[in-house]
Design a protein around this ligand. Structure first.
Ligand SMILES: [Zn+2]
Length: 400
């Protein structure tokens, strides 16, 4: 199938500082932005619906259910709503995609820090009644979508591989966020506990997993991060150079992704794991950071310069929903205060790695830990949330 039904894309014209009052504009289905958004969603779905993609999801869904039934140690079982034989999982994964294809969650183009995020809601207890539009919505980074349109209108020698790299990046990000929706589908809740076994390196912790990063590791062979190319004439509007990095640690191998691989990928010829360039020398995240900047950071800094608003006010937390961002710029202090307030009020607990980002970043005492490790979950173990089950949950969290 090559379409998504009932896709609505809104442009959020409000500034970050005014996110409490969204100013939403429904984009016509024949607009360029709508079509760009639709194309990256379709590519993200095709990744997951490829034979290898589907197998990766069946594996994750099965592990989530099994590990909730039999958590490690002497923990009690954690509820879920999958009350069928595990052998039926392939059929339910198909069912999940059928629903996504027929009623895709609303997409808001927003001024957000990461590339995209999924907000999950408590939606029910009967899997056969799953409606993705009721259970979730997406936010896409509108600077990236705007940059995609901008680069496409440049002469070919300026555009280079930028459009393809953006599309590659967004499709992977959307697939990652859909993995989180799958966890919500199996649990009915905005705060699905992801077992610690369903994770990758530092992205999870000993109590809570990170299913999106786990998915990247088992299908893609690592995580893809984009670093600024100082020679790219597009400067801060560039996509950056994509590196496949083994896991969350800074000293593990990082390799430039093959351009041929990306081109095949965009044409729907998927093969996994991701293939890297044989010509580029292997490096590490540490080394890349020493000579370059992550593109999330480049965009964040340029956006900060462009925004007149002095400070970010967090959106009002909703107890019944949770947000997960795939990526977080390396420094993110302007957000700290409001989240600190949020946790202090007890409106939510960081319970998974998304929240973990703030677990390590919401107070000044944690900021340095975050900067040093660059990972969302640093400092999490000290934050006293061990008993909370609520995966990807706790309200607002950014994760990488
Ligand atoms: Zn995630």
């Amino acid at each position: 199938m090559s379409s998504v039904q009932n896709l609505e894309v809104y442009n959020d014209k409000s500034k970050r500082s005014a996110r409490r009052e969204r100013d939403l504009e429904l984009l016509p289905t024949n607009s360029t932005r709508y079509r760009v958004v639709e194309s990256v969603i379709l590519l993200g779905l095709r990744i997951l619906e490829s034979p290898q993609g589907k197998n990766s999801l069946i594996r994750i869904a099965t592990e989530v259910v099994q590990q909730r039934d039999f958590p490690p140690g002497d923990r009690p079982p954690v509820p879920h709503i999958y009350n069928r034989p595990l052998a039926e999982m392939p059929r339910w994964v198909d069912f999940f995609f059928g629903r996504l294809r027929s009623n895709f969650p609303v997409v808001l183009l927003c001024d957000i820090a990461g590339e995209a995020s999924a907000t999950k809601k408590d939606w029910g207890t009967d899997m056969s009644q799953y409606d993705p539009q009721e259970a979730s919505h997406f936010e896409f980074n509108k600077t990236i979508i705007n940059n995609m349109i901008y680069v496409r209108h440049q002469p070919p020698n300026v555009t280079g591989d930028n459009y393809n790299c953006f599309k590659f990046q967004m499709a992977i990000t959307i697939a990652h966020e859909i993995v989180h929706l799958l966890t919500g589908f199996l649990t009915g809740t905005a705060r699905p506990y992801t077992p610690p076994g369903v994770s990758l390196g530092n992205y999870g912790n000993r109590n809570m997993g990170e299913s999106g990063r786990y998915w990247e590791s088992i299908l893609l062979g690592g995580v893809v991060e984009f670093f600024e190319d100082g020679n790219d004439p597009l400067q801060e509007r560039q996509a950056g150079r994509p590196y496949l990095i083994e896991d969350s640690r800074n000293n593990v191998p990082a390799q430039l992704v093959s351009t041929t691989y990306i081109n095949n990928f965009l044409n729907g010829h998927f093969s996994f794991p991701i293939l890297t360039s044989s010509r580029a020398a292997p490096t590490t995240r540490n080394e890349l950071r020493r000579i370059s900047r992550e593109m999330t950071d480049v965009r964040e800094r340029s956006g900060r310069r462009a925004r007149a608003a002095p400070a970010y006010e967090s959106p009002a937390p909703e107890a019944s929903s949770s947000v997960s961002y795939r990526r977080l710029p390396p420094t993110h202090h302007s957000y700290s205060g409001s989240y600190s307030t949020y946790y202090a009020q007890g409106n939510g607990e960081p319970s998974d790695s998304h929240a973990g980002a703030y677990g390590s970043n919401y107070g000044s005492s944690h900021n340095s830990g975050y900067e040093n490790s660059g990972y969302e979950d640093s400092g999490y173990g000290n934050s006293g949330y061990e008993n909370s089950y609520g995966d990807n949950s706790s309200g607002y969290g950014y994760h990488r």
